[in-house]
Design a protein around this ligand. Structure first.
Ligand code: 6R9
Length: 634
C-alpha cells in the first residue's frame, strides 16, 4: 500500500498514518522520491525537542533546488501545459496563461535580473507585490539562485515593511508601481518610498510595471523590472542547495512583541507542500486548481506556488477580491477556467453566504470536484453552505488546519474520509497531535485541551530569523518536549479534532493573525493614548474583530472624532487588517494588584457576556469593571 492508493481507497489512510509514525525513516525516504534531487538524501528526520539538544533537520545530506523541482523537471513531460493562469481584478481584462516552458523563461530572466543587482545565495530579498504573476516569478527566482525571500503582504504599511526589512537585513525589495483590488488602486511603490525613509538600509528597489501609472523613481536606487529584464539572458542554472539551506522567511504575529520571521528550509518544506497538495486535494494534472489566498500569506506560498508547481499542476492566481464587481465573481472564475479545486477561507464564504444563494446558483460550477477551507475554524453553517450550495453536495470539503510555522496541512481530511462539518478531522501522515491540560498532562480519548505536536515533521519551521532562543521559548518552553501550536482543540470519540481557536493573545481576523500586543503598541504610539488593551470579539463575517480599550491622557477629549483618528492611526501604522472594529474609551483598565491587565474580563465584556465575569476579587480596583460594562460599545 502506498500513498498513491489513498485516492482509490480512503481506508488506506489509517494504515498509512500508522506506518508514517511507526517507521518515519522508511516512510519519509520513500516520500522524498517525489522530489528531484541533485544528491538524494540517505537519512530522513534528525531532531530533538529537548532543551539541551534542540535541533530539527530533515534529509540533511540531500542537495536540490526548489525552482528546478517546480519548473525544470516538468519541461520534458509538460512543457506546453499551462502552469499558471492569471485572472485580473477587472473581469474585462484577458486572463494570462504561462506554460511550464514560459514559466521557465520568466523565472530565469527574473533570477538574472536579481543577479545583475548583486543578489547572491543567502541574501534576503523582500517581495512586496500585488497578486500578479511576477510575484510568483519573484519567489521562484529567489529559490533558483538560493536567495532567501521574505514576502510582505501588500496590505501592510510602510512601517511594517521597513521593520521586516530591517529585521532580516534585507537591502533589496521587489515591488510594483501599483496593485489593484476590487477596482481600487493600492499604491505599493509609494509605500516602499515611505519605508525607505524609515529604514535607510534599502539600497535597491526593483519595480514591476503592473498598472502603468506614473511613480517616482529614485536614480541609483530604483529600477524598472522590464528595462533590466530586456538586457539579461533567459537561461539561469539553478543553484544546488543543501536540504537545510533556508528557502524563505515569513513574518507572523505572536502573542508578544513584534512579528517573528519564521524560517523554512529547502527540502522538508517543499516535500510537505507537495505531498499535502497532492493528497489532500487529490490533485490530478492537468486539472485547474485554485487557491484564492494572497501570496503574502503562507497559504499562498505553499498552495499557490510551491506545492502545486512541484506537482506539475495548473495553478490559478487571482488579483482581486471575492465580491467584486459582484458576489458571483468567484463562481464566474470557476466556470471561466473550469476550476476543479477551490481552496478559500471561511471569512470569504461567510461574506458571500450573506449575499444569498442566487449569486452562486446563477453559475454552473460543474467543474468543481474538491473544496478546501483554511485560516480559521469553519462554522458548521458556512461548511454546509459551501458543501450543499457551492458544491451541490458533490464535492468533499477539506477543512485544513495548519499554521505558518507548520509549512503545510497538519490536521486535515483527504477525499473519501467521512466528514463532520466544523471538524478538521484527523492528523496527516507523520503528525502526532496530543491534547494537554494546563499542567501539561496528556489527555486521552475524547477531551479538550492545548493542541501540541509530539514529533517533528518535514515541513516544520526551523527557526525565528536572528533569534534562535525565541524559537525555543515560543514553541517549546510551555510544554517541554512537544511543539506548542497556540491553539486549543477538542477530540471526539471518533478521534476527530475540532479546533477551538487560539489560546494565546493572538486574534484571527478574517483568517489573518494579529497579535493583540502589536495593535496595543500602535495605539500607545499616539500622543493622545496613555494605555491600551486589545482583545478579540465575535464578528459574523471576519470570525473575530478587534476590540480596543483605550485610556487617554489627562487633557485629551475622548470623543467619536478621536476614536476615528485612532482607527485611522492603527490602519496607517500596521495596515487595514489591523483596524479596530470597536474602540471603547476607559478611564481605567482592570488590573491585578501586581499590575497585570486581566484580559479574561476584557474579553468577556467585548463578547457581551457580562453576566459571567468570574472572580474579580484580585483586582486592584473592582469599580473599573462596572464602568467598562456600562460603557461597552457594540
Ligand atoms: C494557514 C494559516 C494559523 C492559525 C492557527 C489557527 C488558525 C488555520 C484553521 C485554523 C481552525 C482551520 N487556523 N486554519 N483554525 N481550522 N482549518 O492560516 O496560517 O496565518 O499562521 O494562522 O490560524 O488558529 O493557529 P497562519
Amino acid at each position: 500500500m502506498t500513498v498513491a492508493d489513498l485516492t482509490i481507497d480512503p481506508s488506506c489512510r489509517a494504515a498509512l498514518h500508522a506506518r508514517s509514525l511507526a517507521d518515519p525513516d522508511g516512510f519519509w525516504l520513500e516520500q522524498a522520491q517525489r522530489l528531484d534531487w541533485i544528491t538524494a538524501p540517505t537519512k530522513a528526520g534528525d531532531w530533538s525537542f529537548a532543551e539541551s539538544d534542540f535541533h530539527v533537520r530533515w534529509f540533511d545530506d540531500g542537495v536540490l533546488n526548489v525552482s528546478a523541482n517546480c519548473i525544470d523537471r516538468h519541461l520534458a513531460t509538460r512543457g506546453d501545459q499551462v502552469a499558471l493562469i492569471w485572472e485580473a481584478d477587472d473581469p474585462a481584462e484577458e486572463p494570462r496563461r504561462y506554460t511550464y516552458a514560459a514559466l521557465h523563461e520568466e523565472v530565469c530572466r527574473f533570477a538574472n535580473v536579481l543577479k545583475s543587482r548583486g543578489v547572491a545565495k543567502g541574501d534576503r530579498v523582500t517581495i512586496y507585490m500585488p497578486m500578479i504573476p511576477e510575484a510568483a516569478f519573484a519567489l521562484l527566482a529567489c529559490a533558483r539562485i538560493g536567495a532567501v525571500h521574505s514576502v510582505v503582504f501588500g496590505g501592510f504599511s510602510a512601517d511594517a515593511l521597513a521593520g521586516r526589512m530591517e529585521d532580516c537585513g534585507s537591502s533589496i525589495v521587489i515591488t510594483a508601481d501599483e496593485g489593484r483590488r476590487g477596482g481600487k488602486a493600492v499604491p505599493l511603490k509609494a509605500c516602499v518610498d515611505e519605508a525607505a525613509r524609515i529604514f535607510t538600509g534599502i539600497e535597491t528597489v526593483v519595480v514591476v510595471r503592473a498598472t502603468g501609472t506614473a511613480v517616482a523613481m529614485q536614480e541609483g536606487r530604483d529600477v524598472w523590472y522590464d528595462a533590466v529584464a530586456a538586457t539579461v539572458s533567459a537561461q539561469c542554472d539553478p543553484e544546488p542547495m543543501a536540504a537545510e539551506d533556508p528557502l524563505f522567511i515569513l513574518y507572523t504575529s505572536g502573542s508578544t512583541g513584534k512579528p517573528k520571521g519564521v524560517v523554512h528550509t529547502t527540502a522538508g518544506y517543499l516535500l510537505w507542500a507537495a505531498l499535502t497538495h497532492a493528497t489532500v486535494f487529490d490533485y490530478r494534472a492537468p486539472e485547474v486548481y485554485w487557491c484564492a489566498a494572497d501570496v503574502g500569506w503562507v497559504t499562498g506560498h505553499s498552495y499557490i506556488v510551491y506545492g502545486p508547481l512541484a506537482n506539475g499542476a495548473t495553478t490559478l492566481m487571482y488579483e482581486g477580491v471575492p465580491n467584486w464587481p459582484t458576489a458571483s465573481r468567484i463562481w464566474e472564475i470557476v466556470d471561466r477556467h473550469q476550476v476543479a479545486t477551490l481552496y478559500t477561507a471561511p471569512t470569504a464564504l461567510r461574506a458571500l453566504m450573506k449575499e444569498g444563494d442566487g449569486y452562486v446558483t446563477a453559475t454552473s460550477r460543474a467543474s468543481l470536484r474538491v473544496l478546501g477551507s483554511v485560516g480559521e475554524p469553519i462554522n458548521p453553517e458556512a461548511w454546509r453552505w459551501y458543501h450543499d450550495v457551492v458544491g451541490e453536495g458533490r464535492c468533499p470539503v477539506m477543512d485544513t488546519w495548519w499554521q505558518t510555522e507548520t509549512g503545510g496541512h497538519m490536521i486535515t481530511p483527504t477525499p473519501g474520509l467521512p466528514l463532520k462539518p466544523g471538524s478538521a478531522t484527523l492528523p496527516f501522515f507523520g503528525i502526532a497531535p496530543q491534547l494537554l491540560d494546563a499542567d501539561g498532562k496528556t489527555l486521552e480519548g475524547a477531551a479538550e485541551g492545548n493542541l501540541v505536536i509530539a514529533a517533528s515533521w518535514p515541513g516544520q519551521m526551523r527557526g525565528v530569523w536572528g533569534d534562535e532562543q525565541r524559537h525555543f521559548e515560543t514553541y517549546f518552553r510551555t510544554f517541554p518536549g512537544v511543539y506548542t501550536t497556540g491553539d486549543g482543540a477538542r477530540r471526539d470519540a471518533d478521534g476527530y479534532y475540532w479546533i477551538t481557536g487560539r489560546v494565546d493573545d493572538v486574534i484571527n481576523v478574517s483568517g489573518h493573525r494579529m497579535g493583540t500586543a502589536e495593535v496595543e503598541s500602535a495605539l500607545v504610539l499616539h500622543d493622545a493614548v496613555a494605555e491600551a488593551a486589545v482583545v478579540g470579539m465575535p464578528h459574523d463575517v471576519k470570525g473575530q474583530g478587534i476590540y480596543a480599550y483605550v485610556t487617554v491622557n489627562a487633557d485629551v477629549e475622548a470623543d467619536a472624532a478621536l476614536a476615528k483618528t485612532l482607527r485611522d492611526w492603527v490602519r496607517h501604522e500596521i495596515g487595514p487588517i489591523a483596524t479596530p472594529d470597536a474602540i471603547q474609551f476607559a478611564p481605567g483598565l482592570p488590573k491585578t494588584r501586581s499590575g497585570k491587565i486581566m484580559r479574561r474580563i476584557l474579553r468577556k465584556i467585548a463578547e457581551g457576556d457580562v453576566s459571567s465575569l468570574g472572580d474579580t476579587s484580585t483586582l486592584a480596583d473592582p469599580d473599573v469593571v462596572t464602568d467598562l460594562v456600562r460603557n461597552r460599545v457594540c
